[in-house]
Structure formats: C-alpha cells, structure tokens
Design a protein. Structure first.
Lengths: 525, 285
C-alpha cells in the first residue's frame, strides 16, 4: 500500500488494529478504540480528508460489540477510507466529533436514536430521528422487532429552543405545507420580516426503511431502494445494486454500465429542469415554469420509452439492467434530446432576460463557502458554494470514466447560483448521454448473479441529481442483508438551509427552500 | 414581455385531450399485469418474485388459492418474466381506480398436481363484476351527491402522509400544460378549509397520522378522500411496521383508490374524475 497508509499506520500504531482492502473502491481501517478524534483531525488536517458519513451497526450477537463506521475520502484518491471502531455493549458510548465537525451533527444523533449509543460531548444531543414523544426505543438494534406496535404518543412532539427578545416571535409551519410537497416542520424565529433562526424537525416520513432492508431478499430490496426518494429512484436503485455487486464481487457488463449512465443522467436532467421551473414559480415567473414542466414531460416520456416507467422504476437490477434497448428506442432518445436541448436554451434565455426574476434570485439565501465546508454540504448546493465534489468524477462508477464532463463550481452560494449549477449540469449531462448513446451498444445488458456470500461488506456511492448518495451493506445468508445504511445527500444538506435563510425575509423562504430542493423521504427513510 | 408572449404563441397549445381521447402511452409502458388464469400452470414463481406480495398463495392439501391484489402492485413486471407459460401479460391499462378496495383483488382457485403445478382452474372471483351490489350503489349515491353539491368544480388538498415523493412528482405533473387539470375546473388549494377532496399518498407513517387526521377534520362536508399509489392503498412495499401504519384507510374512510407506483398523471386524473362522479368505472377482468 501507498505511503499514505504507511504513514497512518506508523503514526497511530497503538490505535490501528489492522488494515484491509476488501475491494479496489474501499479500504477498511479497524481500530481498537471508539475515540478517533485525533485520527480524524490528522486525516482532515494533513490530508484534507472529508468525512463523508458516519453510521453504526449492531454486531453484538456476532462480535459482542456495536461498530461505528467513519467514511473518509481524500482528494485524488478514488478509494474510500472506512474507519471502523468498536463500541462496547456494556458501555454504549462514543466520543462525538460534532463540535469540530458540524457535518456529522445529525448523523451522530441518528446513531443515538436508532442504536442507543451515546455521542459523548455532542453540542446538541437532542433527538433528531425519533420525535421527542416517541418511547425510548432503538429500532436498528437487532433485538428490536420491525413489526413492534408502539404505544400511543405521550407528551410534547417537539421541544424547541425559545426565541426571546423584544418583537421576536415564532412562526410554526408544517408538517403539511401549502403546496404539493413532502411533510416537515419548520419553526421560524422572526423579528419583523427577517428570519433570525430556523429550527427544523424532519423525520415525519420515517417508515422504518433501513430496518426493512434487513428483512427483504436482495432482489426485492432493489424496489425498496427505488422507494427511498421517489425523484431519485434510479440513483438510489443504482447505489444499492452496485453495493450488492461489489459484495458479490461480480462484474457488470459494459453495456449495462453505459445504459445506467444514460438513465442516471436522464434522471438528473428531469429533476434539474423541473427545479429551474419551480424556482421561477416561487418568484412569480409562472410562464417559465409552464415551459420547464413541458420540457420535463418530453424527458419523462423518453424515460417511459426506455424503462417502461416515467420515473425510471423497475429497470435497475443486480447485475445490470432488466431490459435491452432496440434501435427505435435509441433514435427516439436522440431525437428528444435534440429537441430538448434547443428548447432548454430558449428557457434559459427567457429566465435570464427577466430582470425582476434575476433580482429576486441574486444574493438571496446565501450559503458562504466556509459555512458549506464546515457543514459538509454536497451536490448542487455544495457546488454553488465552492465545494468541488462530484462522485462521478472523484469515484467513477457505471461508465462515467469514459466521458469527459465539466463540474461547475461557483463561490457565490445564492439561489441564482444554485440554479446556474443546474443549468450548467443539464448541458453537461446532455453531452454525456449523447456520447454514451453513440457508443453503439453491444454485448450483454445483464450478468448472471452468482451466489452472494454472507458477511461481506461493500460501500457504493452515486452522484444523484441532488448530490452524493451512499449505500453501505453487510450481506447475510440466503441473499439477505444484515445491514443497509442509506445516506441521501439531503441528510447532509438540511443544516445548510438553516444557514442560508438567516437574515432573509420569510416571503423568500419558499424559493430558498426550492433552490436546495432536499428530499424529506430520503432524509427520514 | 414581448419575448414571453412570442414564446407562448410559438409553443401553441400542448394540452392532451385525455380522457376525451385515449392517452398516448409508450409501447414499453408497464400497466396492469393481466392474468390468464385458465392458462396459468404455476403461480409459485410469480408469487416468489413479487416484491410487495401482490401475488400470494394459500395452499391447502391439493388445492390452492391465488390472490392477486392490484392495490399492492408496483407494476414491476417481474411476475410476467417469472411465468414461462405466457399466462401473465403486461398490458397498457392504467385506468384502475375504483371506489371499492375489493375490486382490486382477484382470487383464483386451483386443484394441484403432485408437483404443485396447477391441475385445473376451479373458480375465479373478484374484480368489480363480483362485488356486492349494495356497497356499490351506496358509493355511487355518495358520488352523485358530491356531484350535485360541488357541481363540476373541485378543490383538492393533497397530503403526503409518508410517501417517497414519487406520487407527488406525478401529482405535480397534473398542473403542467400537458395534463392541465384546471381545464376541468379542478385546482389544488393550500388550506383544507377550502378543499372538497383530500388526495393522500402514503403509507401513513406514525408521525403523520395526527397531521392527516387534523387536515381531514378541517375540511367542510361533503368531502371525498382518495388514496393514491400502492403505499396509499395498502402500505405498498413498506407495509405495516413500528413506523408505518399501512394504507390510508387504516386512518380515514377512503372513497376512491388509485393504483400505481406511482400512478401516471392520466391514472390520477381518471381516479379524481371517478371520485366526483364525472366518469364511469371500468371493470377489471
């Protein structure tokens, strides 16, 4: 292994128990102590490593302990570094990293709620994934039964921090919102028009997804992955299937990887163009949205042509894709893309030429780059605030290594630039799809799935249209899973919204929220 | 301003005439799986692969009941792939909405060969052809009353009671210029106090139950509840667990069920128009 790992091993000899590369994509570092604060700081300082995600696993029956996993990535290294720490069952505590790394604030609290492991020293250790009126349960512990019927709620659902001061009052909104959107509760503290402070309560759509993954055979679990976040069905489906494929150590045929790439980019364009229209709507430019939603329908029809489903469902499978494409389908894909490309350009000009629209979008909902970095913001929102991250480029999967594309990065971080990132990405995606469709698809589109060995771990990352999606699995016997960790980019990004709205007026909240367009269901699972 | 107008005129009218004219769907679209019970030699492989248990078997000695529930179906097409005898065919049908949950369930009784394949088809029940006449006419009456009171206009309050957001994507598409639900005098409203119809996607989570109930109670009478998608009808792939209560009818009386995962916009439109008595129901066979 490279000097990086040698340096690590020398420096943390007492802590590091062993190091192993299960696959080309990930290196596991097994350590002997749950306290990795020094190691984390060293990785972040010396190697500018980024902590991608933190999650836990109940291994009490097999190994007598819980495990925490800390996934790091380094610029220029396509492998993920996964640090595994033991957390004792009789002393279920681990030192929190949130004070130095606000990015894992919610994720550590999720471990507290779902596994009953205490994040010691957490600056805000209140519940996040279970509401305050839930009984004291830890659903992802192995001895908790999925079908448990819980007693009726008791007590306050949410305990909010008070907002005090002359003329300060609180505005509660949700969980049912004015429009056709997902549920969540927002508590605004305002002084007159400007927002002083926003408190979020999510997890209204929590439906036991990670626990349910432990019950379904893999081929059925693919459909559960497609239902984690409905507008990212194909991205989550791909992330899940890739994880299983890595655990099974199977090759996916090139043709399938190219087809996946095309579909992943179609999903990105569909959602980006819808968001561009929705952002325009939220500042009153309804005509632009009429065009944008018309353009989206063009693409959704192609989705149906290619996969039988408007949201690309039922196409991905472990080993490749479920259906082949004929020449007619590819011709219709190309024709639609051509028509779309020119119309999309017209739409961009239409929005650009509306000064009143630009005026509402510029300098609205600013997320400064230093805040984005501290909070670990990913995806579209990250790239609009200087975060130079894109899984497609940094950890190539599917067929992304074959097509050059530009990753747009801006430093301004306002609504306007979150929209600009989407506009740029649509153009790049069109290029990727055209190159991929021109490859002349040959060979198998689906490989036979070998018996999947038990007790294999695998991580998979996909750049969904919102940003970085992570699935991590441990396989069990009979093509079942022991654990499936799902991290939607929304989980990283909600705290960015809290930052971005501060000082803005409540009337601008909808457009700021829309410019992030985070998934509630992806967060809540 | 001139540019905006120019663009609008150049685009012309793009709205589709559904349901006055049939919907144009792709030849690859996966609608309702059709079961040829006479031909079906073995339902076991289809039941094994079905991700949501929409196809289930009850074996007793040498007899078997096959239960097909379109209220659980996610239209993945695995059952057709698994049945080598061409007994399961994927059709382009999507107009599956119905006021009666039972209408979505088909049951076939077989006697079995020693190798557990089907020897003979004994009975087929279900679909709207078989539903008790009274229940049907009560629903019909309610819809007629609603039609009388509300006339042809309708205000819808949508509530996501725990969905993955897939159904919301298609519900939002009802407002685009292609499907344009406002041409029917139907609009989505912000307040339940202004709403005649509650359009609910699910599964209903433990955390959303109260919000759903409060929204329902805030609506004036008469009101209609429509459950959307496999999850809204039955809990779908999530089913019932510590965090999910299952389908919408676990919490509220449901007037119309719209199958799909998610239902395409025309399927939603069909169900909504059906719920307010502006369309006749089709019979499943």
């Amino acid at each position: 292994m490279s000097t990086f790992f040698e340096t690590l091993q020398q420096r943390f000899a007492a802590l590091i128990q062993s190091m192993s590369a299960e696959h080309d994509e990930e290196v596991y570092l097994l350590v002997t102590d749950p306290d990795i604060r020094a190691l984390a700081e060293y990785l972040r300082g010396e190697f500018e490593a980024r902590l991608v995600t933190v999650f836990a696993e109940d291994r009490r029956s097999a190994e007598g302990v819980f495990h925490n996993y800390y996934v790091f990535e380094r610029k220029g290294d396509a492998r993920y570094l996964i640090v595994r720490t033991p957390v004792r069952a009789d002393h279920p505590e681990f030192p929190s990293l949130s004070a130095e790394l606000p990015a894992v604030n919610w994720q550590e609290r999720e471990i507290q709620d779902w596994f009953g492991l205490k994040a010691v020293g957490h600056p805000n250790p209140r519940r996040v994934a279970l509401h305050d009126n839930w009984p004291d349960i830890h659903p992802l512990r192995k001895d908790f039964v999925l079908e448990t019927v819980l007693p009726p709620f008791e007590g306050e659902r949410h305990i909010y921090r008070p907002a005090l001061g002359e003329g300060v009052f609180q505005v509660p909104v949700g969980p049912v919102h004015a429009g056709t959107i997902e549920p969540g509760h927002f508590n605004f503290a305002v002084a007159g028009e400007p927002i002083l402070y926003l408190q979020l309560r999510m997890f209204y759509t929590h439906k036991g997804t990670e626990k349910l993954f432990e019950k379904l055979p893999v081929h059925k679990a693919v459909f559960l992955a497609e239902s984690i976040s409905g507008d990212s069905s194909f991205s989550h489906g791909t992330a899940f299937c890739q994880a299983v494929e890595r655990a099974a150590q199977m090759e996916v045929p090139l043709r399938a990887r190219i087809m996946r790439t095309i579909l992943l980019e179609l999903e990105r364009i569909c959602n980006h163009v819808a968001d561009i229209g929705a952002i325009a709507t939220d500042v009153g430019f309804v005509v632009a949205n009429a065009h944008a939603s018309r353009l989206k329908e063009m693409l959704v029809s192609v989705n149906e042509q290619l996969t039988g489903n408007r949201l690309l469902r039922g196409m991905i499978c472990v080993g490749g894709v479920r259906r082949n494409w004929n020449a007619v389908q590819l011709v219709s894909l190309r024709a639609t893309l051509d028509a779309f490309a020119s119309e999309f350009q017209d739409l961009v000009v239409l929005i650009d030429s509306s000064e009143s629209t630009r005026d509402r979008l510029e300098q609205t909902g600013v997320l400064l780059p230093e805040k984005a970095k501290a909070l670990g913001i990913v995806g579209v929102a990250g790239r609009a605030s200087g975060m130079d991250l894109d899984v497609r480029r940094d950890h190539p999967y599917a067929a992304y290594g074959r097509y050059p594309f530009r990753v747009p990065i801006y430093q301004v971080g306002d609504v306007s630039h979150r929209m600009q990132v989407r506009i740029d990405e649509v153009k790049e995606s069109l290029g990727i799809i055209r190159s991929a469709a021109d490859e002349g698809l040959h060979g198998e589109f689906r490989a036979q799935v070998p018996p999947i060995p038990a007790d294999r771990c695998a991580l998979s990352a996909v750049e969904g249209w919102r940003g970085e999606i992570i699935h991590w699995i441990r396989t069990g016997p009979d093509h079942h899973l022991e654990r499936c960790k799902v991290k939607d980019p929304s989980l990283n990004n909600w705290p960015a919204l809290v930052e971005a709205v501060q000082g803005n007026i409540i009337a601008d909240f909808p457009v700021i929220n829309k410019s992030f367009n985070l998934s509630y269901s992806g967060t809540d699972r | 301003m001139f540019k905006i107008l120019q663009r609008t005129i150049a685009t012309g009218i793009v709205t589709k005439a559904y349901p006055a004219e049939p919907a144009q769907v792709s030849a690859h679209f996966r609608g309702r799986p059709h079961f040829d019970f006479e031909r079906w030699q073995d339902a076991q492989p289809a039941a094994d692969v079905c991700p949501t248990g929409a196809i289930s078997l009850r074996d007793e000695g040498d007899s078997r009941r096959v239960i097909v529930d379109y209220g659980l179906c996610v239209f993945c097409g695995l059952c057709a792939e698994a049945s080598s005898d061409q007994a399961v065919l994927i059709t382009e049908e999507f107009e599956l909405a119905t006021p009666n949950r039972h209408n979505l369930i088909l049951t076939a009784g077989y006697t079995l060969n020693p190798d557990r394949t089907h020897r003979r088809l004994e009975t087929v029940r279900g679909g709207s052809g078989n539903v008790e006449a009274d229940a049907e006419s009560v629903g019909q009456k309610a819809r007629e009353t609603i039609h009388k009171v509300l006339g042809r206009s309708l205000a819808i309050r949508e509530v996501d009671a725990g969905s993955c957001n897939g159904c919301e994507v298609e519900i939002v598409a009802l407002n685009n210029p292609i499907h344009d639900i406002e041409r029917f005098g139907i609009q989505f409203v912000a307040s339940p106090r202004h709403a005649d119809m509650l359009l609910v996607t699910g599964p209903v989570t433990r955390n959303m139950e109260l919000a759903l109930l409060k929204t329902y109670r805030a609506m004036p009478e008469p009101k209609v509840v429509v459950a959307v998608g496999a999850c809204g009808i039955s809990g779908g792939i999530f089913g019932e667990n510590y965090a999910s209560l299952g389908g919408v009818d676990k919490v509220l009386p449901v007037d119309v069920y719209i199958p799909g995962c998610p239902p395409r916009p025309q399927a939603l439109l069909y169900g909504i128009l059906l719920a307010v008595g502006r369309l006749g129901e089709k019979t499943l066979r």
